[in-house]
Design a protein around this ligand. Structure first.
Ligand SMILES: [Zn+2]
Length: 429
């Protein structure tokens, strides 16, 4: 692996300060030097290092996606995801993993797999170099109840070997299920605590008893696994706080008490609302039968309003809100994930700086790598993006693959920069 010296770049280091012009040296898989220089000035060359003249391009930490489903297959329904046979499905996951890296997501937090071992196998294949993809935390299937979100079985058909979710009822079945996923080698256990209106069970309803949730958390912790919850309903958000479920997905319907509870434990939780899914389900899914009438009956416009209100309130209270969430449906295809950052600015009231930090500095601890990931600082892992443009001025540039000039993960270029093109852009600007 050759050392790389990025010169003449505008460095956004993840610390929340305005970017500065400087050089970044990568040795091995780490950032070994970050130097402030005046524009046009350079630090001395480093022997043997490949020099990349960034020509003023924006250099930032690789982004972290907080709620990823590689195995969702860009189809319009859970059924369509579930029907994909395992052989095709694992190839799909490999293809999608690369797509995330292409779009600058150098780390992703798995938020449930559609079959028991898809996430684990994908993560292992990335780690041993069999396939190309971001750093990845592998999730279990969604654990659910009979008749709940993720129970795709039909009463008149023989019970399939596996349904969309892992279906359990009662503490002992829960315990067995968590142990099974621990055996498979997941990093996190995903539990569905609330409904999801598109599946027929309202997002405001909750499933599982407190006792079942308690067993899930206890058993997961015993095996060193993180717990993440699908929690749209008010009760389910509160259960996450009461029972110590670290990762809260959605949190749409927060009442005042839920906001207070989350604020009191704001450093113990991450919230990833998945706004893109709500926004595009409400506004951009007619083509797939989700016309304004249909989504209104399902209650999604109301949920979208509630979710935006909840996120605005949580942001003001300093709760960490992270990008990502249920990309992999027909109207939220994988790779368009940076839309979340745009929505944070447009709807949640974040500055572009906050939105960038939510994808970088907050992503380190979300990956459980807070001491080595999410910053452009000496000693940190070299996950680096080079952007043509200024995301602080226009956050949407991160949605455009052509503007993501280079993607480096762990000190290696996934995509090396077209240096001349970068320079030409700078001159033209
Ligand atoms: Zn999800």
């Amino acid at each position: 692996m050759a050392d790389v010296l990025f010169t003449n770049v505008r460095i956004f280091d993840g610390g929340g300060e305005a970017p500065f012009t400087g050089d970044v040296l990568v040795q091995g898989n780490k950032i070994s030097r970050v130097v402030k220089t005046g524009y046009g000035m350079r630090s001395p060359p480093v022997q043997g290092a490949q020099v990349i003249d960034g020509a003023g391009a924006f250099l930032m930490p690789g982004m972290v996606e907080a709620h990823t489903h590689f195995s969702w297959n860009d189809q319009p329904s859970l059924d369509a995801i579930q029907r994909m046979p395992p052989e095709e499905h694992i190839l799909w996951c490999a293809e999608v993993a690369k797509r995330y890296l292409d779009m600058g997501w150098t780390s992703c937090v798995g938020a449930a797999a559609a079959k028991p071992r898809l996430d684990v196998v994908t993560r292992n294949a990335i780690n041993d170099g069999t396939i190309v993809g971001p750093r990845y935390l592998a999730a279990s299937q969604e654990i659910t109840v009979p008749g709940g979100l993720g129970d795709s079985t039909q009463p008149h058909l023989p019970q399939p070997e596996f349904a969309f979710g892992a279906i359990v009822s009662g503490g002992e079945e829960m315990r067995r299920c968590v142990r099974m996923f621990a055996k498979y080698g997941v990093d996190s256990i995903k539990i569905n605590l609330s409904g999801e209106s598109i599946t027929g069970m309202s997002s405001e309803m909750s499933q599982f008893t407190s006792e079942e949730i308690r067993v899930c958390v206890e058993e997961s912790k015993a095996w060193g696994k993180r717990v993440a919850a699908h929690a749209r309903s008010t009760w389910s958000v509160k259960e996450c706080v009461r029972q110590g479920i670290e990762v809260i997905y959605h949190a749409s319907f927060c009442d005042e008490e839920a906001l207070d509870m989350l604020e009191a434990k704001k450093l113990e939780h991450f919230v990833a609302p998945g706004l893109a899914w709500l926004i595009n389900t409400v506004h951009n899914a007619s083509e797939w039968g989700l016309t304004p009438d249909v989504v209104k009956k399902m209650g999604y416009p109301r949920e979208l309003d509630a979710a935006i209100e909840s996120m605005r309130a949580l942001r003001k209270r300093g709760v960490r809100i992270l990008p990502g969430g249920d990309y992999g449906f027909a109207w939220t295809p994988h790779g368009t994930n940076a839309k979340d950052l745009e929505y944070f600015v447009k709807h949640v009231g974040m500055s572009t700086m906050e939105a960038l930090l939510s994808a970088t500095a907050w992503g380190g601890p979300m990956m459980r790598m807070g001491k080595v990931l999410g910053y452009i600082r000496e000693g940190y892992l070299a996950d680096i993006l080079l952007i043509d443009g200024d995301p602080l001025a226009d956050i949407t540039v991160l949605q455009d693959k052509a503007r993501i000039l280079a993607v480096m993960k762990d000190g290696e270029f996934h995509r090396a920069p077209p240096v001349r093109a970068a320079r030409a852009t700078r001159w033209a600007a």
